[in-house]
Design a protein around this ligand. Sequence first.
Ligand code: UT7
Length: 309
Amino acid sequence: MTNADFEKLVDTSDEWITTRTGIKERRIADDKMTSGDMAVEACRRALEMANCPREEIDLLVVGTVTPDYRLPSCACVVQEKLGLPNAVAFDVVAACAGFISGLSIASSFIESGAYKKILVVGTEKLSAFTNYKDRNTCVLFGDAAGAAVVAGDNGDRGILSTYLKSDGRMRPLLWAQVGGTANPYTPDFQFNGSDKIWMNGSDVFKVAVREMADAIRKVLDKAGVKASQISLVVPHQANIRIIEALAKRLKVDMSRVYRNIEMFGNTSAASVPLALDQANRAGMIKEGDYVAMVAFGGGLIWGAALVRW
Ligand code: UT7
């Protein structure tokens, strides 16, 4: 969907969306395609790229807030469709920080020796969860999936450090109030947007900039790496102004910060792996580079991961 499409739906303009968010287009999955379907495709390509047989995957972690069903997990759907006979599969509900949370879980499990090859995927069909009557939110979101195979045999390369933090007191800043056990659907539920994403954008904006910068500093400190050594920052793509403010706080030039928000909008848990994959395929990451990933989302929850490529 382009900004012109939104001009027909709500009181907005290409000019407002471009200058306030940096978004020009988003990808919208068709009616029949689920988050699980997108995850299967992303996992298939990640396994191919890693030259990893499906039988070797012993854990699948799916970051999503838009699972195919209320029960079971999206991960179990993906396990069945992809065919991972030797894995245990579960979801992580960490909104836009879903992929970073998955990486952190994978890294800890590998360090402990519990699992050896782990598939981490972020997948979201946010279009199913978006109120297309609310101009404050509808222009922001898109659908996508991205995946990575995490393994523990790369010497001094791989995930060097991760950091996760949440503050549940701020959950009313970004939530969908109706549809859970707190406010279940009633037989006479009438659509008013309360079961879709609602956000206080400007408050979330301020916390996002502060905490994403802090999260990156935390993973750098843990690994004994300086901000000046980072080759590429791969931030969650929520708003170009957030990304620019983050770069300024870290004193990292924008040429070292990956952006694809213009084409995809905010794809929640899929945002970081999608950006990482595009940056990698564009040849922007070389062996030995320090890559810092960072994300922030509903919860509120945020986190970062530092990788030596
Ligand atoms: O991924 C999870 C984390 N999410 C984020 O990090 C998102 C963080 N927030 C943001 O990216 C920005 O806050 C938004 C893009 C959501 C909004 O930008 P803003 O500069 O913070 O605008 P605002 O919410 O302060 O609204 C400014 C004005 C308001 O009008 P009034 O009240 O000043 O008359 C809004 O109603 O802009 C209006 N507005 C719009 N106008 C045209 C809000 N959305 C639109 C729109 N088109 N689509």
